[in-house]
Ligand binder design. Structure first.
Ligand code: ATP
Ligand code: MG
Length: 253
């Protein structure tokens, strides 16, 4: 049975999508079957894998029951790695869901039939704690939290942790934190050392030993529509995501 991991942080631009794309591709190279669910109306994961944003077979049509999830899955965007795309249509779902019964469970229900086809399913959540992220948290087994290694990294994080705890008490009792990944690490300075220490103080051994360095190859690979591993497999960004993949897979054992 596949493990569903929501990548969430309501703060914008912390590396959620970059991690969704590159960690998925890295895990897939370890012969695991991986699905990325783009669950953000920005569609950044969709374009990052080189797909256009004008499809009418996206996660929006799936959760609204217009199409079956099998029709929306785009196969082999990287070896062993499929994606359900998203685009601006998803903005409508956030509004439409508000008045619907069982509105928290639309994504969970949509993923049910394909869960066993994959080893890992990553949900790339949007930068908010609104109804879409709540659907992501209701659908997942665990939450992966990317933090940008900067002074404000932990600001607002208690709101995310409180939300996860609320979800645990109500709609998803088995949810837990998969891990915390520090991203966009600049060369070690006093400041980055402080951020790392504070993050470890807050999250203890949930913080991955692997940290993702700021790396131009990582930043430019979406413009080529490929994960960084397919752009430059030897750059420090690729190596870091491979290491992170190993750490995550080993964590299962
Ligand atoms: P949003 O909240 O808008 O969905 P996000 O949390 O998904 O954002 P990303 O889109 O992954 O964040 O990253 C934000 C920006 O930082 C992007 O331009 C991305 O290319 C860049 N970036 C992310 N990780 C790295 C890295 N390791 N090195 C260099 N640039 C990076
Ligand atoms: Mg994103």
């Amino acid at each position: 049975m596949g493990k569903i991991i929501a990548i969430a942080n309501q703060k914008g631009g912390v590396g959620k999508t970059t991690t969704a794309i590159n960690l998925s591709a890295a895990i897939a190279t370890a012969n695991k079957r991986v699905l990325v669910v783009d669950f953000d109306q920005q569609g950044n994961a969709t374009s990052g894998f080189g797909l256009s944003l004008d499809s009418d077979k996206t996660i929006y049509e799936v959760i609204m029951g217009h199409i079956d999830i099998g029709e929306a899955i785009v196969k082999s965007v990287a070896a062993n790695c499929d994606i359900v795309p998203a685009n601006i249509n998803l903005a409508g779902a956030a509004v439409e869901l508000v008045n619907m019964k069982d509105r928290e469970f639309f994504l969970k229900n949509a993923l049910h039939s394909i869960k066993s086809d994959y080893d890992y399913i990553f949900i790339d959540c949007p930068p908010s704690l609104g109804m879409l992220t709540i659907n992501g948290l209701a659908a997942c087994d665990t939450v992966l939290i990317p933090l940008q290694t900067e002074f404000f990294a932990l600001l607002g994080i208690s709101q995310l942790v409180d939300t996860i705890n609320l979800i645990k008490q109500s709609i998803n009792p088995n949810i837990s934190i998969e891990g915390v990944i520090l991203t966009m690490l600049d060369k070690r300075t006093h400041l980055t050392d402080d951020v790392i220490k504070n993050t470890i103080r807050h999250f203890g051994n949930k913080v991955y030993k692997t940290m993702i360095p700021r790396n131009i190859k990582v930043a430019e690979s979406p413009s080529f529509g490929v994960p960084v591993l397919l752009h430059d497999k030897n750059c420090i960004g690729s190596k870091a995501y491979i290491e992170l993949a190993k750490e995550l897979i080993d964590g299962e054992k």
